[in-house]
Structure formats: structure tokens, C-alpha cells
Design a protein. Structure first.
Length: 174
């Protein structure tokens, strides 16, 4: 096994057993990564608390991590990566640039994750998080961005997302 752990962070009303995590975790394991999914259900409406939990988990690891997050989990992964260096970020419809997700209620002008490897997947038809927010971050950070014909849940694109995750993990430096 690789000495890198892929940590999944689920969305607002989801769980560690979400359809995305259940379908994507085997992709990472097939590439030799360890996987885990953090349970945030007790912090349903607390993205800041979720980010603290993820940072604490990263500090416990004795190996690098790749963070994979969806929606609120995408924001949580980004917030944690700003505090703790990670091997990569794979974000799906991330809740970026939202005032109600940050302490003080003022969304940042930019994000500065401590990684050189970021990939974002977002749906053109996302009715919850504007895809333009992902475009904004990708433009600022030169992250890879894939806009798909999908709504916020991205369920109809899971095979494409699985292929993108596989390519992303394969592209990370050893």
C-alpha cells in the first residue's frame, strides 16, 4: 500500500456511507491508497467545526493525505488544506466563497490550500452552489476544473467522476 491516505468528507446532509464515497473509495484502494471517511453528522450545520475535526485527523496521521470532499465536504477539505499541507485536493461541487460557511460571515477573496495538486468537478446545472465559484477558484489557483452536465448531486456523472479521480490519483507524485 502507498503511504498516502485518501480522506473523504461528505456533504451537509450526507454521511460516510454516501453513494459518492461508496463508489469512489474503491478507486483509491485499487490504486494502493488507504481510505477513510470522516463522520460529520453530529456537526450537520457547522462547517467550521467540521474543518477543525479534519485538521485534527490530519495532525494524527503519520503520512500525507489526499482530501476528497463534496459540497460542504469540499469546503471542509479546502479549509483544512489551508491549515495543513496535503498531497492533493479533489473537490466535487465545493461550497466555496459562501459567507455563511466562515466565522465572522465574510467569505475570503481567495483560498490558499497547501498543495500543488487540486482538481475540481462541478455541474453546470448545480442549483445549490454556483459553478462560477469553482471557476473563480480554479482561475485564481490554476486548479484543474471539470464542468459536467449535472446538478448539485452529480449522481448522473459518477462514472466520469470516478475516472477523473483515478486520473488525479495516478498523477500525484509518488
Amino acid at each position: 500500500m502507498k503511504e498516502i491516505t485518501v480522506i473523504f468528507s461528505h456533504g451537509h446532509l450526507s454521511s460516510p456511507e454516501s453513494n459518492k464515497i461508496v463508489q469512489l473509495a474503491p478507486i483509491a484502494r485499487a490504486r494502493g491508497f488507504r481510505t477513510e471517511a470522516i463522520d460529520y453528522r453530529d456537526l450537520r450545520d457547522d462547517p467550521v467545526g467540521r474543518a477543525r475535526r479534519l485538521v485534527a485527523r490530519l495532525q494524527e496521521l503519520d503520512r500525507p493525505a489526499v482530501l476528497v470532499g463534496s459540497s460542504m465536504g469540499g469546503y471542509v477539505s479546502m479549509a483544512a488544506a489551508e491549515q495543513q499541507a496535503v498531497s492533493g485536493l479533489f473537490l466535487m461541487a465545493p461550497a466555496l466563497f459562501l459567507e455563511h460557511y466562515v466565522e465572522g460571515g465574510i467569505a475570503p477573496d481567495t483560498y490558499r490550500p497547501r498543495t500543488q495538486h487540486t482538481c475540481i468537478v462541478h455541474g453546470w446545472r448545480d442549483e445549490i452552489i454556483p459553478w462560477r465559484n469553482s471557476l473563480r477558484h480554479a482561475r485564481q489557483s490554476q486548479a484543474r476544473l471539470h464542468l459536467l452536465d449535472a446538478d448539485h448531486a452529480l449522481h448522473e456523472c459518477l462514472p466520469s467522476i470516478a475516472a477523473l479521480l483515478d486520473d488525479f490519483l495516478q498523477s500525484l507524485p509518488a
